[in-house]
Design a protein around this ligand. Structure first.
Ligand code: DGL
Length: 250
């Protein structure tokens, strides 16, 4: 689940690594953006969506393909559905640290920066220079420009210009931002990390694949946004949006 196209980056990569599973992807466009809504509102819509989805589909693993949902709802969901396996998406700060990075810029939604436990722990670490940059509108901008992401170059260049020379890595703490990963890496000239690989490994660990290739269903509660999902899927099929993080994570 995600608020839009972000979690498709996980779906796309998970299908490659774990093809013999059935996947149901749900884009909660009615709640986009999660990043600036109150946790209570996000949790309410999540429970509504899950109730509807559970009536129709029989799933046993729930993947939060979204750092924000994970930050505000993963503990709550695990209490609510103790029998389900729930996998969250976390900013890959640890992957950056394991790669000897100490001057890290984290881009994430305001909610992720406020509520993610790992970020709050890392803030206290005196050996780490973690720059937190809450991005209130970037996920929305990506959705609006999904047909032409180059339009966002000035926004990204302006944002990163302030950090040139001060950082040795960037962590993308929002699955939407992964569509800009290549642009961000090329401009910043530092490694760019995200949490997808960790999620995909968890999916592999917690599931029992079938003997043959599974099916993939992509669903949304706002049919007008179907086109966004299709365009995003095309991007993911046509170009490697990220290389570095995956290589470094392995
Ligand atoms: N893709 C989501 C994430 O990883 C957030 C997008 C939103 O703000 O809705 O945090």
């Amino acid at each position: 689940m995600d608020s839009g196209v972000g979690g498709l980056t996980i779906l796309n990569e998970s299908i490659k690594l774990n093809p013999n599973l059935d996947y149901y992807y749900f884009a909660d466009y009615k709640s986009l953006p999660y990043g600036t809504k109150s946790p209570a509102v996000i949790r309410k819509s999540l429970v509504n969506n899950l109730n509807l989805l559970q009536e129709k589909f029989d799933f046993d693993v729930l993947v939060l393909g979204c750092n924000t949902l994970t930050a505000v709802a993963v503990d709550f969901l695990r209490r609510l559905y103790p029998d389900k396996i729930i996998i969250g998406t976390e900013p890959a700060i640890k992957v950056a640290i394991n790669n000897q990075k100490t001057n890290i810029l984290l881009l994430a939604t305001p909610n992720t920066i406020k509520y993610n436990k790992l970020i709050n722990q890392c803030k206290e670490d005196k050996n780490l220079n973690l720059q937190l940059k809450p991005m209130a509108t970037l996920a929305d901008l990506i959705e609006h420009n999904i047909g032409n992401l180059r339009e966002l170059r000035p926004v990204i260049y302006k944002l990163l210009g302030d950090y040139t020379g001060y950082i040795d890595s960037i962590v993308l703490g929002c699955t939407h931002y992964i569509y800009l990963s290549k642009m961000i890496r090329e401009y910043s000239q530092v490694p760019v990390f995200d949490g997808n690989f960790g999620v995909i490994k968890q999916i592999q660990k917690k599931t029992n694949p079938k003997k043959k290739a599974g099916k993939v269903y992509v669903l949304t509660n706002d049919i007008k946004k179907n086109d966004n999902l299709l365009k995003a899927w095309e991007i993911l099929q046509s170009e490697g949006v990220r290389e570095c993080a995956e290589l470094l994570a392995t």
